[in-house]
Design a protein around this ligand. Structure first.
Ligand code: 13P
Length: 252
């Protein structure tokens, strides 16, 4: 059978979950079994800050990348509670989710702030995974393309072309996150095609586009087989080694 060409990227977003003991089991399982996946799938995990030393210890020297779920929009200074991109880079972090809908909603993050965070990450040699996505009301009102276009535009307007070329973008429809109701492969592909066009026009190169929102072992293969879906950003299912690896295998 002809092989698909591009490596898929599957990144786990642990959100605010984990403990040192649970992480140890999960990471050991991932490291042991990741070797059974072909090299055409790249794995990553984005973990809470307190576990960075642990993932650095357990994942350094393995093919699994690791990252964080947010970075500060500032480089340093009087920003109590913030964590800078430069700080996490010292732990070998290569990925940072920015603009997740849980932060946009629960912490009222604007697209402009998300753009600044993406810029800080890139300055620290960290690849930002910029999340965009519409709410159910916005989808029902036929505003999906307008909303995601505007969210991405704020980032593209802030970054120079070299930085745009290093982005990862994740389409995460808000209504699909943690609900068990994934977008269909066709719905996801449709939005990814819009994002692809916008990025190609602005950046000129093929930026990896991940889909996130209730990705499970039983829907991963169909989602990942879409022409503009380069992998996934996985929430709940990334906490189970079995499910996360089954999803990753579905990308082959
Ligand atoms: P779920 O996979 O739990 O729906 O979460 C998706 C997500 O928010 C990944 O960032």
């Amino acid at each position: 059978m002809a092989k698909k060409q591009r490596a898929k990227l599957v990144v786990g977003n642990w959100k605010m979950n984990g403990s040192i003991a649970e992480n140890d089991t999960l990471l050991n399982g991932l490291v042991q079994r990741a070797a059974t996946l072909e090299s055409r799938v790249l794995l990553g995990v984005c973990v809470p800050y307190p576990y960075l030393a642990q993932v650095q210890m357990q994942l350094t020297g393995t093919p699994i990348a690791y990252g964080v779920q947010d970075v500060s929009a500032y480089t340093h200074g009087a920003y109590t509670g913030d964590v800078s991109a430069r700080m996490v880079a010292e732990f070998g972090v290569t990925l940072a989710i920015v603009g997740h809908s849980e932060r946009r909603t629960l912490h009222t993050e604007s697209s402009k702030l998300v753009a600044a965070k993406a810029q800080r990450a890139l300055e620290a040699n960290i690849i930002p995974i910029v999340c965009v996505g519409e709410t159910l009301d916005e989808r029902r009102a036929g505003q999906t393309n307008t909303v995601i276009h505007a969210q991405l535009t704020a980032v593209l307007d802030t970054l120079d072309k070299d930085h745009v070329a290093r982005l990862i973008v994740a389409y995460e429809p808000v209504w699909a996150i943690g609900t068990g109701q994934s977008a269909t492969a066709q719905q996801a592909q449709q939005v990814h095609a819009v994002l692809r066009k916008q990025l190609t026009t602005r950046g000129g190169i093929r930026v990896p586009l991940l889909y996130g929102g209730s990705v499970k072992p039983d829907n991963a293969e169909e989602l990942f087989s879409q022409v503009d879906i380069d992998g996934g950003l996985i929430g709940g299912a990334s906490l189970s080694e079995i499910d996360f690896l089954a999803i990753s295998a579905g990308s082959l």
